[in-house]
Design a protein around this ligand. Structure first.
Ligand code: NAD
Ligand code: MG
Length: 383
């Protein structure tokens, strides 16, 4: 297997740190070339001292001096500033970029990596939500693989290995339902961020945890799946599966269904993405069926969790609508985490932006950048 020389964008986060666990366990296969973080300088320094990348990026410019002082003696280059993420992914020594930063910030570095011919292990689903058509076309043109890290999309991808010539009838994305499964709007009116941050099955960064509680995460994943697997909206179904053991399913044209399952452990899909097409040995905990005597499934509650419906609406409408939803959601989640708006108001804010922001039918990259800006401006007014 050809050695993977990785740039890990967002190495200090939930996905980033778990990626480094996989790397550490497989030193013959993975080499770290680039590590990047926004604010957590201490962890970035610690990671760099251990994995000895060529370059690190600390996006918060105020922390540059601190990181430079620690890593310059180790002969590790330190960059900061807006353009640095874009240029480090182009480095000759890098052959795969794992995108584990949060939100819209992933788009421009990912586009730059694809243009430079680097394979993408994609955790940053927002990139495909914002500009799925443009990004997937660019990847095809540059003969670059986009390998999904998101557990549901990894599950679908794993079901498709050996089946790429067989058309998909539909996919079934599983959703845990999050901490508020079964609750009604009355209950949700007054929930706090502490309640929303308690995910039953997964430990993740704050933004995706709130997205999971509001089902926005599943909405973003519906859009992500459309672009990754070339599907129409009616080929995508969401089913709530509270145990998070089946990570998603594919139904083929003969009616047969394949599912991928296992304990909820992000290291499995991370390792599958960066090790593809090989399955590397691991010592992650194995599933014991005796612990899961019943796997259950239910319909999502589209009335209480309106965000999921917004995502399907965006697929029908196309253009820059998903970009609008993403930007509005980023502002909504940040405001909710600052206790400035309530849980249900996040959906109101998104709906408002969907109605008011300029619709563009066939957006260019510049249009997406403008849409993101315009939506954030409007959403902040609403807050
Ligand atoms: P996190 O908040 O734990 O970590 C984010 C990382 O990105 C940190 O290293 C942070 O420093 C960096 N970062 C954040 N904003 C940045 C910015 N504006 N510019 C530069 N760097 C920035 O997040 P996470 O839970 O690891 O999620 C990362 C991505 O992976 C998200 O897109 C999320 O939707 C996706 N994802 C996460 C999980 C999970 O289990 N955590 C599962 C599936 C998909
Ligand atoms: Mg997921």
């Amino acid at each position: 297997m050809q050695k993977r020389h990785l740039a890990i964008l967002g190495s200090t986060g939930s996905i980033g740190t778990q990626t480094l666990e996989v790397v550490e366990a497989n030193p013959d296969i993975f080499e770290v070339e680039v590590l990047t973080a926004q604010n957590n300088a201490d962890l970035l320094i610690e990671q760099a001292a251990k994995f000895r990348p060529n370059v690190v990026v600390i996006s918060n410019e105020d922390l540059y001096d601190k990181v430079f002082a620690a890593l310059d003696p180790l002969d590790i280059k330190v960059y900061t500033g807006e353009k640095s993420l874009v240029s480090v992914v182009e480095m000759e020594s890098v052959n795969m970029v794992l995108t584990a930063l949060v939100g819209y910030a992933g788009l421009i570095p990912t586009v730059s990596a694809i243009k430079a011919g680097k394979h993408i292990a994609l955790a940053n689903k927002e990139t495909l939500v914002v500009a799925g058509e443009l990004v997937t076309e660019l990847a095809q043109k540059n003969k670059v693989d986009i390998l999904p890290v998101d557990s549901e999309h990894s599950a679908i991808f794993q079901c498709l290995v050996g089946e790429f010539h067989n058309p998909i009838e539909k996919i079934i994305l599983t959703a845990s339902g999050g901490p508020f499964r079964g609750k009604d709007r009355d209950f949700l009116k007054t929930v706090t961020k502490a309640q929303a941050l308690k995910h039953p099955n997964w430990s993740m960064g704050a933004k995706i945890t709130i997205d999971s509680a509001s089902l926005m995460n599943k909405g973003l994943e519906v859009i992500e799946a459309k672009w990754l697997f070339g599907l129409t909206p009616d080929q995508i179904e969401v089913v709530v599966h509270p145990q998070s053991i089946i990570h998603s399913m594919v139904q083929f044209e003969d009616g047969s269904m394949k599912a991928q399952m296992g304990l909820p452990d992000m290291r499995v899909p991370i390792q599958f993405a960066i090790g593809y097409p090989n399955r590397l040995k691991s010592n992650f905990p194995r599933m014991d069926f005796a612990q899961f005597p019943s796997l259950t499934f239910e319909k999502p509650d589209y009335e209480t969790f309106r965000n999921l419906g917004f995502a399907f609406e965006a697929l029908e409408v196309g253009g820059n609508m998903a970009c609008i939803i993403n930007a509005a959601n980023e502002i909504a989640v940040a405001a909710f985490l600052r206790d400035e708006i309530g849980f249900l108001e996040m959906s109101d804010l998104i709906e408002n932006c969907m109605k008011k922001v300029n619709f563009v039918h066939t957006p260019t990259l510049e249009d997406y950048i403008e849409t993101d800006k315009e939506t954030r401006r409007l959403a902040l007014e609403f807050v």
